[in-house]
Design a protein around this ligand. Sequence first.
Ligand SMILES: CC(C)(COP(=O)(O)OP(=O)(O)OC[C@H]1O[C@@H](n2cnc3c(N)ncnc32)[C@H](O)[C@@H]1OP(=O)(O)O)[C@@H](O)C(=O)NCCC(=O)NCCS
Length: 196
Amino acid sequence: MYPIDLSTDRLSLRELTTDDVDAVHALYGNAEATRHLSFEPRTRDQVGGIVARSMVSAVAQPRDEYALAVCAADGKLIGYARLALEGQRAAQIGFALHPSVWGRGLGTELVTLLLTLAFDRLTLHRVWAARAPRNDASAALLHRVGMTEEGTIRDHVHVAGTWRDSVVHSILEQEWKAGAVLTAARDDGRAAAYDR
Ligand SMILES: CC(C)(COP(=O)(O)OP(=O)(O)OC[C@H]1O[C@@H](n2cnc3c(N)ncnc32)[C@H](O)[C@@H]1OP(=O)(O)O)[C@@H](O)C(=O)NCCC(=O)NCCS
């Protein structure tokens, strides 16, 4: 599926371009944004490579990776999101927003858009995410969108010279269709923002 264009009132997901390298570097080169991720802050060259590989994978046939720009309503790139297909109708998601926009519900909207892509557009059965044990914001977000904590992968990533566990969360297509996300979001009036 190409190109991807999904949005809420406040956020959109679109394909990456070479013009995005500086904005992605502002995120992936940022120590606060990457504190709980599986890598240390990236250099601009490394980010250039990531964007280039993302653009190649976007047009691959069949496509098995959706590495996307997350943009605010004014078009500014504020995050990076990735959905990687694997196994049987399954995918892993990853996501990050710039710290300047944290705490406004945008992360919840972003992951809801990724799940919309996964279940409504790509008709997947299972989506999972892995977070650092101390990533409390991600834990709250993944619960908020209806994902169930499954357990721990021991020594899953090697980062900053040490092994780190990951906590796995997942959601199945029947749970998504049952509206777990909308039910959770409706509690604080966010449901109307979602384009489902
Ligand atoms: C994780 C991340 C996307 C959350 O984005 P956000 O826009 O701040 O999230 P939201 O505002 O939608 O909040 C989602 C939930 O997390 C909670 N939360 C946010 N920051 C928190 C924190 N520091 N500690 C505990 N809970 C927190 C919110 O209260 C909310 O819970 P609620 O709906 O039950 O009230 C953002 O912190 C981020 O990009 N972090 C760096 C990258 C990263 O860790 N990615 C996840 C990899 S698994």
